[in-house]
Design a protein around this ligand. Structure first.
Ligand code: NPW
Ligand code: K
Length: 482
């Protein structure tokens, strides 16, 4: 399990650790780790050109001490001092090692830029001249290594309020920061390298976590020898309408590939006919009236893809949500429940799977605001609605009251194409039916779906059916990792 922490959590742990160590020890550890990563990235340190962007706080101190170590190994290091003050001892050590102070031109001629403008002590958007230096680093041909977090990225949320450094590598001190795992911040961080400064024993429960393949393998149900299709879980899929048939086909396809014992599809005539012809394995029921009464027992429902948003769909949604099993609410069903919140009043668990636009309708926040602050909005929605929230997008996050938000690390931008959400709903529903709770089902499904997307894309465009077809290979890969 990967874990990440807010700036406040890190600061508290640092204080506890610092109290037991001689002054300056932590910064020396941080700088040594930072210099080692820079040296590896440079390949040859001697004769290389390094520019340091040095802010007024300890983030700048890290950069200066690392710069001193690189200067001693023969690098030509130039520091651009951005603050009204500079870490005194760091600057002393740096100058003593042969480092020089220079203007912004140093950035243009560097092989490597070290971004030590601000770390966890930053507040708000970067001010000048910091913002100008961040832009200069982004425009320069050099490789950029960020110290702790890319400056301009909020360490605790991943928000980017103005100019921000776009790093190829981020060397993070003590433990990863939440903002390195959540977009838009995560996209600015590049590869994240952790420097162990001994913080481990002082860290609290994490703010966010990310499942590894091995974690997913542990959570996924494996059929036992005595399993039959009913024990393995039947997933019901209430999807499709005479206008929209493809969503039902894709959701059923996702569910079939994710290990459900049986998939039961219910809907109007056209989607039922389509599902029957695509998936002879599925059991289909054409609904004569908008109700699931009498369609047979299922362990979990997927409600919504292509269902429509009219009176008929509303009746189907009410009937599914009146059941006593977990329900995944997706797509059109999200529109229905945002119009009629009373549909969500039930005792069995609910998993909602919106993208930012759908969440915007559910909780009334603006779409752009949700994209900018994915974590806090997913958390707020989970608390307000009393449900588990899987917020889709450039980093998918899964939020549930009283649990750390799980961030998915496997996605690919190729997945941003029509129908992939229907596949994700099917995969999640199959995992719910096999007995995973909403939190685990959603986070395992997001992991497998992202991995399947990468397998299907392999660097080229994909379609949603390819993603469903790649789910078994994704499951094999996480078991290999486990
Ligand atoms: N503590 C430890 O044990 C260890 C800490 N470590 C390192 O210390 C870092 C934290 O250091 P920190 O607390 O000094 O804060 P930091 O991130 O340098 O920022 C403060 C400076 O930024 C400025 N500033 C703020 N906002 C700004 C803005 N929007 N735009 C422009 N400027 C802005 C602010 O200016 P001021 O507001 O004072 O004018 C002040 O000068 C941490 O990330 C890690 O790298 C490691 O060495 C491991 C051991
Ligand atoms: K930084």
């Amino acid at each position: 399990m990967r874990t990440a922490y807010t700036a406040d959590q890190i600061r508290a742990a640092e204080h506890a650790l610092m109290a037991r160590l001689p002054e300056g020890t932590l910064m020396q550890r941080a700088a040594a780790g930072l210099a080692a990563v820079c040296a590896t990235a440079l390949g040859r340190v001697y004769g290389s050109r390094v520019a340091l962007l040095v802010g007024g706080g300890d983030n700048g101190g890290d950069a200066l001490y690392a710069g001193a170590l690189l200067a001693r190994r023969g690098a030509r290091v130039e520091a651009v001092l951005a603050g009204s003050r500079t870490h005194e001892r760091g600057l002393e050590a740096y100058l003593l090692a042969g480092g020089r102070v220079a203007g912004v031109m140093a950035v243009e001629r560097a092989d490597l830029v070290v971004d030590g403008l601000v770390g966890i002590g930053a507040t708000g958007a970067l001010r000048e001249p910091y913002a100008e230096l961040a832009r200069a680093a982004n425009a320069a041909p050099a490789l950029t290594v960020a110290v702790d977090v890319p400056s301009g990225v909020d360490a605790s949320s991943g928000r980017v309020a103005g100019a921000a450094v776009e790093a190829q590598i981020t060397v993070t001190m003590g433990a990863p920061k939440t903002g390195l795992l959540v977009d838009p911040g995560a996209a600015r961080a590049g590869a994240v390298e952790l420097v162990d400064i001994g913080l481990g024993p002082y860290l609290p429960a994490p703010d966010v976590t990310a499942l590894t393949g091995a974690d997913v393998a542990d959570l996924l149900p494996r059929p036992a020898t005595e399993s039959d299709k009913y024990r393995r879980g039947v997933v019901g899929i209430a999807a499709g309408s005479d206008l929209y048939t493809g969503a039902a086909v894709l959701a059923v396809g996702g569910a079939l590939r994710a290990g459900a014992g049986m998939v039961r599809h219910v809907g109007q005539h056209a989607p039922v006919a389509q599902v029957r012809s695509h998936w002879p394995e599925a059991v289909v029921t054409e609904l004569e009236r908008p109700s699931i009464d009498g369609v047979g027992r299922v362990q979990a429902w997927v409600l919504g893809p292509g269902l429509g948003t009219g009176a008929w769909a509303h009746e189907v949604a009410a009937s599914v949500l009146a059941s006593d099993v977990p329900v995944l609410v997706d797509a059109d069903a999200l529109t229905l429940v945002s119009r009629d919140r009373s549909l969500l009043r039930r005792t069995a668990p609910v998993l909602v799977t919106p993208h930012a636009g759908e969440l915007s309708r559910l909780i009334g926040a603006g779409r752009a605001e949700i994209e900018a602050g994915r974590l806090e909005h997913a958390r707020a929605a989970a608390a307000e609605l009393g449900v588990t929230v899987l917020l889709k997008g450039s980093t998918t996050v899964v939020a549930e009251a009283d649990r750390p938000v799980r961030v998915n690390a496997t996605g690919t931008s190729w997945l941003a194409t029509g129908g992939t959400g229907d596949v994700l709903a099917g995969v999640s529903g199959a995992l719910l039916a096999q007995g995973l709770d909403c939190y685990d089902a959603a986070s395992c499904a997001a992991h497998l779906h992202g991995l399947a997307g990468r397998i299907a894309a392999d660097g080229a465009p994909l379609n949603a059916a390819d993603v469903a077809a790649a789910i078994p290979e994704a499951i094999r890969r996480v078991h290999d990792e486990g």
